[in-house]
Design a protein around this ligand. Structure first.
Ligand code: ATP
Ligand code: MG
Length: 567
């Protein structure tokens, strides 16, 4: 019999251990934030290959972003160094690329087919329709119909034109492997034999095509582990559907369901606030989630700022004071909302917001205060301003990928493009360029799959500025969620009211934001933004009494200079 409490399961609690150490068959782990889902998944893989003699080549882990895949690969390299290099850790899209490269001739492609970026897609569509001006809207529409329904005539012509140019687009990366597999049972068998053990993290955000791929790769009684939290589903707008939790139970009828109830991430007030925020819209009614009490008991601070500049200044000042070891007291209750944690550095802070635009005021405030930061969204890298132009120039230069990127940027700048955007683009591309050395083709592939947050560096000693979408799966000792206003969180167009499902998704975004915090959480809103009056988020009405209003923070104890001298 296989050991069920071997060394690799030691760092897990009993529920996690039961999940990570369980044998074959379909397994569904539904659990809240910070309950160690990702940790359990990682340890499960390690346990399988080193304690159950599963060949690492048979294991496939699917994560949501390349950055998450890298992090998992690193953890596995530490846990099971001999086996880790032979595991496959992918995103749905990188897995799709891999399958397509292997099966390229079935798809009418060469082995080194390209992945069309947005500009190329528009050009192809304009060729097909002869309507350049309407291409952008047509593409958005096309993308929607292809994702949800059966492709129409235009979709077919567009796809044919892409293939003729040896191209696929981003949506093809999952849809095309699905089509190939659906057309050929022998191919299905081959991949099922290859990946006998599959685990998917962030399962709540799978969409129809991704789910179909999973069903093809895993037989109904297969060793498929799906891990997720319905209340953290934040990609409905891209076609994700929490209904796939129910489908899993139907399609993998022998699935066992495991729940994890201990939260190791957040202090009790933060967790309590999170639960109150999600309660009115929860998809997991009656769920149990207990704080393990490892992160102090500072109250959640709510700050009301006059405008977005004042809000940015509040963030910068609070970071500065926490770095100096200050304790803060709520003006109303005198209770602690900042407990003078020791040993914080810049990388322990994150500022989260609903829309990338909101970063500007924060960037200005941090810059003014001399606080270093890294800013990332969940936008696709290839579609970022500046990147597209640089990409277009890469073909004309020689040398390493980084040399090429730099020279291409010079060319773009020489044409008088906007400077800041080009420099930011180069900064974002640099880590990827370094990783790909001389391999331009690989660089192009990685780039077309990547999102900004893939280049986020967890080790950089900088404050992280992230959209709520980009912050998924991450954690920080100190978190600010800024712009908690009606119109931003929930996001809505002025004068319109969001549909019920949209509102529910906005609530889940707030839940994701709150649950990134370990020791300190600050929620802020401004009375006026971009010169217009703004109202506090309607979600605040649900937060309850673990929250304390804080005006200007009141530093107590050591000022920063004293602390520096002590060091
Ligand atoms: P999310 O829903 O946000 O993705 P998660 O459920 O994946 O969260 P993890 O990121 O795996 O949670 O774990 C949250 C934190 O709790 C991590 O710092 C992790 O190391 C820690 N943790 C998890 N399980 C344990 C445990 N048994 N003992 C101590 N710490 C743990
Ligand atoms: Mg996780």
């Amino acid at each position: 019999a296989a050991p069920d409490n071997g060394g690799l399961l030691d760092g897990l609690d009993p529920d996690q251990r039961a999940a990570a150490g369980s044998g074959g068959g379909p397994l569904l782990i539904i659990a809240g934030p910070g309950t160690g889902k990702t940790r359990t998944l990682t340890h499960r893989l390690a346990h399988l290959v080193s304690e159950r003699d599963v060949p690492p080549e048979q294991c496939l882990a699917i994560t949501f972003t390349r950055r998450a895949a890298e992090e998992m690969a690193e953890r596995l390299a530490a846990l099971v160094p001999d086996h880790a290099p032979r595991l496959t850790i992918a995103t749905f899209h990188s897995l799709g690329v891999r399958i397509l490269r292997e099966q390229h001739d079935r798809a009418g492609l060469s082995a080194d087919f390209g992945i069309a970026d947005h500009a190329r897609q528009l050009a192809v569509l304009a060729e097909v329709t002869g309507d350049e001006a309407g291409a952008r809207r047509a593409l958005a529409e096309l993308s929607r119909t292809r994702r949800t329904g059966t492709p129409d005539e235009l979709a077919e012509r567009y796809t044919k034109a892409l293939r003729q140019q040896d191209l696929v687009d981003f949506d093809d990366l999952v849809a095309l492997p699905v089509a190939l597999l659906e057309a050929d049972p022998a191919l299905v068998t081959a991949y099922r034999e290859r990946f006998r053990w599959i685990a998917v993290d962030e399962y709540q955000d799978v969409d129809e095509q991704q789910y179909r791929l999973l069903r093809l790769l895993a037989p109904p009684d297969g060793n498929l582990t799906a891990i997720g939290d319905p209340d953290q589903a934040i990609y409905r707008f891209r076609g994700a559907d929490v209904g796939f939790f129910l489908r899993f139970r139907q399609d993998f009828a022998s699935a066992r369901t495991v729940q994890l109830t201990r939260n190791y991430r957040s202090n009790p007030h933060i967790l309590g606030t999170a639960l109150k925020a999600i309660e009115p819209g929860t998809l997991v009614p009656g769920r149990e989630l207990r704080p393990m009490g490892e992160h102090g008991d500072a109250l959640v601070g709510v700050h009301h700022a006059a405008d977005e500049r004042a809000e940015g200044a509040f963030v910068a000042r609070t970071i500065d004071q926490l770095l100096g070891g200050a304790s803060f007291h709520s003006l109303d209750s005198g209770r602690v909302v900042g407990d003078g944690s020791q040993g914080l550095d810049f990388s322990d802070f994150a500022v989260l917001y609903r829309t990338d635009r909101q970063a500007r005021a924060v960037v200005e405030a941090l810059t003014q205060a001399g606080l270093p930061f890294q800013k990332r969204s969940h936008d696709r890298l290839a579609e970022r301003p500046g990147v597209e132009e640089i990409l277009a120039e890469l073909a004309y230069a020689g040398g390493t990928v980084l040399d090429r990127v730099r020279r291409a940027a010079d060319v773009v700048l020489g044409r008088g493009a906007e400077e800041a955007e080009v420099h930011t683009a180069v900064d974002l591309l640099t880590p990827l360029a370094l990783e790909c050395g001389d391999d331009l083709a690989r660089f192009r592939t990685e780039l077309s799959l990547g999102v900004e947050v893939d280049t986020w560096d967890p080790r950089a000693d900088r404050v992280s500025l992230l959209t709520l979408h980009a912050a998924k799966g991450l954690e920080f000792p100190v978190v600010f969620v800024v712009g908690c206003e009606d119109g931003l969180l929930p996001l809505r167009w002025p004068g319109t009211e969001p549909a019920e499902e949209e509102l529910a998704e906005e609530r889940r975004l707030l839940f994701v934001g709150i649950t990134r915090a370990q020791r300190h959480l600050y929620l802020s809103h401004a009375a006026s933004r971009a010169g217009r009056p703004a109202a506090v988020s309607r979600f605040f009405a649900d937060l309850g009494d673990g929250v304390q209003r804080i005006g200007d923070v009141v530093p107590k104890a050591r000022p920063r200079e004293t602390q520096l001298r002590l060091l």
